[in-house]
Unconditional design. Structure first.
Length: 220
């Protein structure tokens, strides 16, 4: 268990080279920041324009892509400085984003994942997500790990593992009960999942949560 800024409306979470990158939401409050995992010190932070609602983020080499919710704008940043390099337009809403080493994987709150070129941000494919033949809607924050996509399901304590080739959900992790009743009363929903490099563990948190939890998903 690690401290988490409880003023953060967490939208995206990812670890790279000892730094935890976090993107947050709300208009007038959205930021992207880099945090030293060893010390907890904020190494850099950039605020979005007040009319932008920040969403998911992901690292692609020396770049970071950041989504916006309803503005239809993806922002490409320099990973080391967080400086904005360019903006790219897309249609629909932006929710979650991850990079599988070849493609960006994006969610928009529906039951579909969209694959995008990491250089141009143009769509290169889509897949519907199904669990037992039923659509899994409101897919939110994403994390690409070992050829699989982990996704928070908005408004729930479920984290699903998706085979991106077929769109089939291959596991459901129950992340309920992490906060005490008192903590949960002052927090919002679960949102934020980051694979810990070199392990089979994840950091997970939520919007306005006081903690991040280092967890391993085990079969029930």
């Amino acid at each position: 268990m690690l401290p988490h800024d409880r003023t953060s409306f967490t939208q995206g979470l990812e670890i790279a080279d000892g730094l935890l990158y976090e993107g947050t939401g709300r208009r007038g409050e959205s930021v992207v920041r880099a945090i030293d995992l060893a010390t907890g010190k904020v190494r850099g932070e950039v605020r979005l324009p007040d009319d932008f609602f920040g969403e998911g983020i992901t690292v692609t080499g020396d770049r970071i892509w950041q989504l916006t919710w309803q503005e239809g704008v993806a922002i490409e940043r320099d990973r080391h400085t967080l400086r904005e390099l360019r903006r790219v337009r897309y249609s629909g809403e932006g929710w979650g984003l991850c990079f599988d080493g070849r493609r960006l994987v994006m969610s928009d709150g529906s039951d579909e994942l969209t694959f995008r070129d990491p250089r141009t941000f143009q769509p290169v494919g889509r897949v519907p997500v199904r669990l037992g033949g039923r659509p899994v809607e409101e897919l939110n924050e994403l994390e690409c790990v070992d050829g699989q996509v982990w996704a928070n399901v908005w408004g729930s304590t479920d984290i699903v593992r998706i085979d991106p080739a077929s769109g089939q959900v291959t596991a459901v992790a129950d992340a309920s009960g992490l906060l005490s009743e008192e903590e949960q009363a002052q927090a919002d929903v679960l949102n934020g999942i980051a694979a810990v490099p070199g392990t089979d563990e994840f950091l997970i948190t939520g919007k306005y949560w006081p903690w991040m939890f280092r967890v391993r998903f085990e079969p029930a």
